[in-house]
Write a protein that binds this ligand. Structure first.
Ligand SMILES: *Cc1c(COP(=O)(O)O)cnc(C)c1O
Length: 376
């Protein structure tokens, strides 16, 4: 690929960065303290900034979202089966399995691709300990229906909220639902600390345990009470988060313009299924999923290829279902989650980021509409 082509390429995501000077100012004090990691000033400051931004008390920062999720599963001392969905990133299912728990897959809803609460009760067994739904694409799950089932059966609810940072419903943050929520601050997410993550939680006694677990289970100068791991966020990442958080609302507002342009252009196309936020929801416009139904003029893969020929890189996010991964061969049957399977075979995540030009959105829409059979 020539340099010229690489410059013109549009990738599916583009990491947010604060102005360079702002970041340099933020990290200057690190040169005075020489404190690079192990819960320093930046770590404390970001935790406090996030508490106010999310409106929650309980938060612990981590080196990434995946280890945050593993850590909370372990800190809650769960055993047995965890009901989750296969229409997600590898991390959700892997975290369950790596903690010695057994995933049980619920299907998703056909309109927003989150866990379908109507099928939950049938999956509960005496071994079920928790429900782990995913706010996929930043679409909030039916948190009320899920909580109702959990309460009736005494189950813990932990959300994979990796996509849902900054999303609120009736002013309530996505961090406030269930017993705990995991966020990812990976470079490609709406809010990033380069790599990073957090767990938000209700039970205040979890704080100490999570903080100890992410630091080898060390509980005092000469005492180690748990077999913990190492999942601490370093000071440079925390500084990046402090800066990025200042610009986040403006970034989300710009993402919204991009998303609305896509929806406006694609809404009338026959056989294209879009995913619009509900009325009580302040969305974060993290992803732009489009489903190519069978009566569209082209398949999802054909659309992906047509965009790629113009150096526009969309992603089959999420395909395959985690229950179809090679590493789980023979353990699950994705035919038991037919909606998730239907969506995974037809969905494409289109490029979206705060500074994606509207002319580029138009160009992408023109290519897609050129493949279709016209208006509904
Ligand atoms: C990104 C992501 C994760 C993992 O987060 P990392 O910070 O990359 O470890 C988990 N679940 C979902 C749905 C994600 O998209």
């Amino acid at each position: 690929m020539s340099v010229q082509h690489e410059q013109r390429a549009i990738l599916v995501a583009r990491s947010s960065l604060p102005p360079l000077d702002e970041y340099v100012d933020e990290i200057r004090s690190i040169w005075q303290t020489h404190w690079l990691t192990n819960m320093g000033q930046k770590h404390a400051q970001l935790e406090s900034d996030l508490r106010s931004y999310l409106g929650v008390n309980g938060i612990a920062l981590f080196v990434n979202g995946h280890l945050a999720l593993e850590c909370v599963l372990e800190a809650m001392q769960l055993e047995g089966e965890v009901i989750t969905t296969p229409f997600t990133f590898a991390s959700t299912t892997h975290a369950i399995v790596r903690k010695g728990l057994a995933p049980v897959f619920a299907d998703v809803r056909a309109d927003d691709y989150t866990m379908d609460p109507s099928g939950l009760e049938a999956l509960i067994t005496p071994r079920t300990c928790a429900i782990l739904p995913v706010h996929v694409y930043g679409n909030l799950c039916d948190v009320d229906a899920i909580q109702e089932v959990a309460d009736r059966h005494g189950l813990v609810v932990i959300y994979d909220a990796a996509h849902a940072f900054g999303v609120t419903r009736d002013g309530v943050s996505s961090a406030a639902f269930g017993d705990a929520s995991m966020f990812s601050f990976h470079a490609t997410k709406v809010f990033n600390t380069i790599e990073g993550g957090a767990v938000c939680f209700c039970d205040p006694s979890l704080k100490e345990r999570l903080d100890q677990w992410k630091n080898f289970g060390i509980t005092g100068l000469e005492s180690v009470e748990y077999v913990g791991g190492n999942a601490k966020m370093n000071e440079f990442s925390a500084a990046m988060g402090i800066c990025n958080l200042r610009h986040l609302d403006a970034e989300i507002a710009r993402r919204r313009l991009v998303a609305e342009r896509y929806w406006e252009r694609l809404e009338a196309a026959r056989g294209l299924r879009l995913c619009l936020p509900g009325p009580r929801v302040h969305h974060n416009y993290a992803y732009l999923p489009v489903v190519f139904e069978d009566d569209y003029g082209a398949s999802r893969d054909q659309a992906r290829d047509a965009l790629a020929r113009q150096h526009i890189y969309s992603r089959k996010y999420f395909y395959p279902l985690t229950s179809d991964f090679e590493c789980y061969r023979g353990r699950f049957d994705s035919r038991e989650t037919p909606v998730a399977r239907w969506v995974a075979e037809r969905v494409l995540a289109l490029p979206i980021y705060a500074d994606l030009a509207l002319e580029d959105v138009d160009r992408i829409c023109d290519i897609l509409l050129g493949l279709g059979r016209g208006s509904a």
